[in-house]
Write a protein that binds this ligand. Structure first.
Ligand SMILES: Nc1ncnc2c1ncn2[C@@H]1O[C@H](COP(=O)(O)OP(=O)(O)OP(=O)(O)O)[C@@H](O)[C@H]1O
Ligand SMILES: [Mg+2]
Length: 506
């Protein structure tokens, strides 16, 4: 084994997984105690103040819902005031509040955590498991993120690594990683669709594989569409049914909610294999007279399909858009690859079969492909490697700046290839202006207010003069990881200008 191996990590919303390429060239998933290959992405603090991560955290979450954090990947890079955070507040029992930059702070076990600190805890656990298994310290990793993550969300994962001194040598997109797991070393010439429906996020990428070259043609997704939403559809149905029968609202009782949530997920998973399953929870609450009440229901596969139909619709609408963006039709697609646990739901496979006119391929393992692809890519980055992979990826959403009146000026359109650089000339709008502020956004809307702000850049040191006399040449660089940096230069003197960035979470 390499002295300083780079491992591949799939940092998932619900489950995380790690893998490594051994000296023999074989990829190996890193096993956790008892032969499991995935670790729940859950962090908790118990009433004695102990930190619990993974299975230890999951085991106690019914009894300690307020101090158990799950699904936090959905909150990464979000402002406290955002819609996403509002929605999450309604479904989780842990407390969220605004931080200094109106980012999200979580209260767990009387301590406060920023989101990158929670990611760091989970990354730390994976590293610990990997170090124990490989019997050597792990300092470097390739970490995957949803293709639909924006610049800020990607930055946040890098920051999480820094917090525990784990160098995130490269961030790659989850569907791209899955394509590597499928195609490396096979000498393929194919166009594949990677449909990745996980616990929290949906991604779809169209990737052309030409032996060692993996070129993403187009990507799209929704960072707020995944298995959790299928569970929530069941939960809402159960709450409504219970309220109709008893007049009681269970949503205000965190322990009852946690029990319902647990059974909702298990019911959903069982319905992938069976047509009907009971949904019974004894002593869920009591009447005001102190009489115990139970939940006694049944769920059929049909019912679940009806409750979640529009979620599947949304994924297919995105698949259609990505096809249009790539300039391909369903007939041009050689294989449709399923990734993510939620793709085990039969209706998802049926609908994809109808859409593409052929059944999806079973070419990759839905839970493991992303980590395996990350490990392969990690191996290709080792100094003495003989594995050569060329990744040509794209940005998922346009990046641009704010024009007068709040309009969005696109600098890079969505699906622009990365790495990529563009230059732009800006000018002063007032006499004797010595500073120029530029606000950068990412998103596909024509109005900046509907997109995510990446930051506000101020370029100072402009020579005083008449409005419009001074020019500033701004260079936008998006690196291979989809992360943006900016520089400015005075084109007359060639002098680099000082740039300060203020990130706001508005
Ligand atoms: N047999 C099954 N039928 C339906 N859903 C399933 C099945 N098995 C697992 N799931 C669901 O898959 C989801 C987890 O998938 P996965 O582990 O791929 O997500 P993740 O990688 O953690 O999330 P993401 O990629 O969105 O960050 C959970 O919502 C789980 O309930
Ligand atoms: Mg995943």
């Amino acid at each position: 084994m390499h002295k300083e191996p780079i491992i591949g990590i799939d940092l998932g919303t619900t489950n995380s997984c790690a893998a490594i390429v051994e000296d023999s060239g074989n990829v190996k998933l890193i096993p956790y105690k008892g032969g499991e290959y995935t670790i729940p992405s859950i962090f908790a603090i118990d009433d004695k103040g102990n930190e619990l991560i993974g299975y230890e955290a999951k085991r106690q979450w019914q009894l300690n819902p307020r101090n158990t954090v799950y699904g936090s990947k959905r909150l990464v890079g979000r402002g406290f005031g955002s819609e996403v955070v509002d929605t999450m507040k309604q479904v989780v029992a842990y407390n969220m509040r605004p931080g200094k930059q109106s980012d999200v702070i979580l209260d767990v076990g009387k301590k406060e955590f920023a989101l990158q600190e929670i990611s760091a805890k989970i990354l730390g656990k994976i590293r610990e498991v990997a170090s124990n298994y490989l019997k050597m310290p792990i300092k470097r990793a390739v970490v995957t993120v949803p293709a639909y993550f924006n610049d800020r969300q990607r930055q946040s994962v890098k920051d999480a690594g820094k917090l525990i001194d784990l160098e995130v040598v490269r961030i790659i997109n989850e569907p791209t990683a899955a394509a590597l797991a499928y195609g490396v070393g096979k000498g393929l010439k194919e166009k594949v669709v990677i449909y990745d429906l996980g616990g929290g996020t949906f991604d779809v990428s169209i990737i052309e594989i030409r032996d060692r070259v993996f070129e993403v043609k187009a990507t799209g997704g929704d960072v707020f569409l995944g298995g959790i939403d299928f569970d929530n559809a069941i939960i809402h149905h159960v709450l409504k049914d219970f309220a109709a029968k008893t007049g009681l609202d269970l949503a205000t009782d965190p322990v009852a909610m946690q029990r319902i949530k647990d059974l909702a997920e298990r019911t959903k998973i069982d319905l992938s294999a069976r047509e009907e399953v009971p949904f019974n929870i004894p002593f869920i609450t009591m009447t005001s007279q102190g009489q115990p009440l139970n939940i006694e229901m049944k769920f059929s596969r049909k019912m679940l399909e009806q409750l979640t139909n529009q979620l599947v619709d949304r994924t297919l609408q995105m698949v259609a858009r990505v096809l249009v963006d790539s300039g391909l039709s369903t007939k041009d697609v050689d294989e449709v690859m399923l990734v993510g646990g939620q793709t085990r739901m039969p209706i998802v496979q049926d609908r994809l079969t109808k859409f593409f006119g052929k059944p999806p391929s079973k070419g990759v393992h839905p839970d493991e492909a992303v980590a395996i692809g990350a490990a392969l890519y990690a191996h290709s980055l080792q100094d003495d490697t003989n594995l050569r992979i060329q990744l040509l990826d794209v940005i998922p959403m346009a990046i641009g700046l704010e024009k007068a009146g709040g309009a969005f000026h696109t600098v890079f359109p969505r699906n622009a290839s990365i790495p990529n650089a563009k230059q732009l000339l800006a000018t002063t709008s007032m006499d004797n202006q010595t500073e120029l502020a530029v606000r950068i956004f990412q998103g596909d809307n024509e109005l900046v207010a509907r997109n995510d702000m990446l930051g506000e850049f101020t370029f100072s040191g402009i020579q005083p003069g008449r409005a419009g006399a001074a020019q500033v040449e701004i260079t936008f660089d998006v690196n291979v990881e989809g992360i943006l940096t900016m520089r400015a230069r005075d084109p007359a003197s060639g002098r680099e200008m000082k740039t300060t960035v203020r990130v706001s979470n508005a």
